[in-house]
Design a protein around this ligand. Structure first.
Ligand SMILES: [Zn+2]
Length: 466
C-alpha cells in the first residue's frame, strides 16, 4: 500500500454518478477493516517514529505501535484527550511534539479558540491540506454537491477550521464557491441581500444560523422559500441537523434538504462523519478517511454496533500533526442502516446528540439538550429559542428549568401575560414529560427574548455551584 495515499488533483466523477470512489464507499465491511488496518499500521508507525509525543505516550503500551497485528491491537493504544494536547503544547509550544514535519513545511495554521482553557494549535502540511480537500470533495459529492452549484459559506473565516474545510471541499470539487463569512454587524441582512441577488444553491453554516437567516429574511420582507434558491444545506458545529423537528423546520422553511456533518476541528477532515443526499438525519462514518471507534464512557472499551457511547477518532492519512485515538467527549449511537445510497459505512443514527459534559441528570434520567430542542420545535406555539437553567437543589439533586419563547400569536392580549398562557405552559410541560420521562419546570418568555446566534448557540445556563 502506498502511504500516505496520493490522489489525482483534477478528478471528478460524471454528474450522474452516486459515488466519488465507488470501491471505497461500497466495500464489504470486512474488506474495509483490512484496508483501514493497513492504513492505521502506516499511520501509527509513522507517528511513533516521527513524533516525540507519541514515542513517550506509547512507552508503556501493551502492543507494539510499530507493528500492529489487527484492529483489536490498535484499540489497546492509549486514548488521547484534549487535556493531553493542552499539556503537551504548553510544555512544548506551540505545536507540542505532535508535529512530524519541519515547521517551515506547515501550510496552514488553525486552532481552537480556547473558550474553556488554553487554545490548541494545529499545524497542517500542504499534502495534508490537499488530502483534506479531496476527502471533503468526495463527501460533499455524496451530499449531492455538483460543479454547477454555488456554495455560500456563511460561517466565520478565522481560526475556526469549519468554514475553511467547507470551502476547500467545494473548491476541490469544482463548484462555485462564495466565501461569505458571518459574524460582522449587519452581515446577516447582507446575507439576505446576496442570497436573493446571486441565488446560491447550497449553504454551509450552523443550524442556528440558518434559522436566524430565515427570521432576518422575513423581517426584511423576503420569503426564504420563494426568494432564495437553496437546494440543500450542510451543517456542522451543532446537533440540530439531526434533531428531527429542527431538521424538518429548516427543510420546510427553505424548501431544501439538509445534511448533517462534522466530527471535531482536531480531526479535520472533519466531514468524515456526514450524511448523504438520501439520509434523513444521522451521519455515515466514512471510516477509511478518519477511523471512528465507539467507546464506553466509563470502561473506555470498544462497543459493538447498536450501542451508544463516545466516538474516538483516528487519522489514517495525516503526516503533519496526526491525532490517534482522540476522545471526542461526544455522545452518539452507531449502527448499520439501510441507506438508499448503498454505502456500506456504519452510521451515527441520530447524529451527535450531545457532549458527555452536557448531559443533564434530572431525577435519575439522562437528558440531552438536543432532545428538549426536538420537543420544543414540534410545538406550534414555540417562539424559536430556549434556554436551560440548571440549579442545584438542596442535597445533590439538580433542578432543570426550561425557559421557552412563545409566539406572539399564542397570546391574544397585547401584553405578555404568563397567567393567561397557563394552558400553553401546561402543554409544553406535558410534552416534555412525555418525551424525557420526568417533569421539568417550564417558564414561558415572549418571542425574541433570547439572543439569536450566527454561530453555535449556547443554551445552557449553569447556576450550580462547583
Ligand atoms: Zn447514505
Amino acid at each position: 500500500m502506498e502511504w500516505p495515499p496520493r490522489y489525482p488533483d483534477n478528478f471528478t466523477p460524471s454528474p450522474d454518478q452516486e459515488y466519488w470512489s465507488p470501491e471505497l464507499e461500497t466495500m464489504p465491511p470486512v474488506d474495509r477493516d483490512r484496508h483501514i488496518l493497513a492504513k492505521l499500521q502506516h499511520q501509527v508507525r509513522y507517528a511513533f517514529q516521527n513524533s516525540g509525543f507519541y514515542q513517550e505516550f506509547y512507552k508503556d503500551a501493551p502492543v507494539d505501535p510499530g507493528n500492529l497485528k489487527d484492529l483489536e491491537e490498535f484499540a489497546k493504544l492509549p486514548i488521547l484527550t484534549k487535556e493531553d494536547i493542552r499539556r503537551e503544547q504548553e510544555e512544548h509550544p506551540p505545536y507540542g511534539r505532535f508535529l512530524c514535519i519541519e515547521p517551515e513545511d506547515i501550510f496552514r495554521l488553525h486552532g481552537t479558540s480556547g473558550t474553556t482553557g488554553r487554545p490548541t494549535v494545529f499545524g497542517i502540511g500542504k499534502d495534508d491540506w490537499d488530502r483534506i480537500a479531496e476527502a471533503h470533495a468526495r463527501i460533499l459529492w455524496g451530499a449531492g454537491l455538483r460543479r454547477d452549484d454555488t456554495v455560500m459559506v456563511a460561517a466565520v473565516f478565522s481560526l475556526y477550521v469549519g468554514s475553511w474545510g467547507a470551502l476547500v471541499g467545494a473548491e476541490r470539487l469544482g463548484a462555485t464557491s462564495f466565501p461569505f463569512g458571518s459574524g460582522a454587524p449587519g452581515q446577516t441582512e447582507r446575507a439576505v441581500e446576496w442570497a436573493t441577488m446571486v441565488k446560491p444553491t447550497v449553504l454551509y453554516g450552523t443550524p442556528s444560523y440558518a434559522l436566524y437567516l430565515a427570521e432576518t429574511a422575513r423581517q426584511m420582507g423576503v420569503d426564504p422559500k420563494e426568494d432564495f434558491d437553496f437546494r440543500f444545506m450542510y451543517f456542522s458545529g451543532e446537533p440540530g441537523a439531526s434533531v428531527p423537528a429542527t431538521r424538518r423546520l429548516i427543510e420546510e422553511t427553505f424548501g431544501c434538504y439538509i445534511v448533517d456533518q462534522g466530527t471535531m476541528a482536531e480531526m479535520t477532515p472533519w466531514m468524515s462523519a456526514s450524511g448523504c443526499r438520501h439520509l434523513d438525519g444521522g451521519m455515515h462514518l466514512w471510516q477509511d478517511i478518519v477511523y471512528t471507534e465507539m467507546v464506553d464512557p466509563q470502561s473506555k472499551l470498544n462497543l459493538p454496533l447498536g450501542e451508544e457511547g463516545v466516538p474516538v477518532y483516528s487519522h489514517t492519512e495525516r503526516t503533519s500533526q496526526p491525532m490517534i485515538r482522540y476522545w471526542s467527549g461526544d455522545i452518539a449511537r452507531w449502527d448499520m442502516v439501510d441507506c438508499p445510497c448503498g454505502r456500506t459505512y456504519p452510521t451515527l443514527v441520530t447524529g451527535i446528540y450531545g457532549r458527555v459534559d452536557d448531559m443533564i441528570i434530572v431525577r435519575g434520567q439522562n437528558v440531552f439538550p438536543s432532545r428538549i430542542e426536538d420537543v420544543l420545535r414540534s410545538l406550534d406555539e414555540f417562539g424559536g429559542e430556549f434556554r436551560l437553567v440548571l440549579e442545584r437543589e438542596t442535597g445533590q439533586m439538580d433542578r432543570l428549568t426550561v425557559q421557552a419563547e412563545v409566539l406572539n400569536e399564542a397570546f391574544a392580549a397585547q401584553e405578555f401575560d404568563p397567567a393567561a398562557l397557563e394552558p400553553v405552559r401546561e402543554r409544553f410541560t406535558a410534552a416534555l414529560r412525555r418525551a424525557i420521562g420526568v417533569s421539568v419546570a417550564v417558564e414561558l418568555k415572549p418571542a425574541g427574548e433570547f439572543e439569536r446566534t450566527q454561530f453555535k448557540a449556547r443554551r445552557i445556563i449553569d447556576l450550580r455551584k462547583p
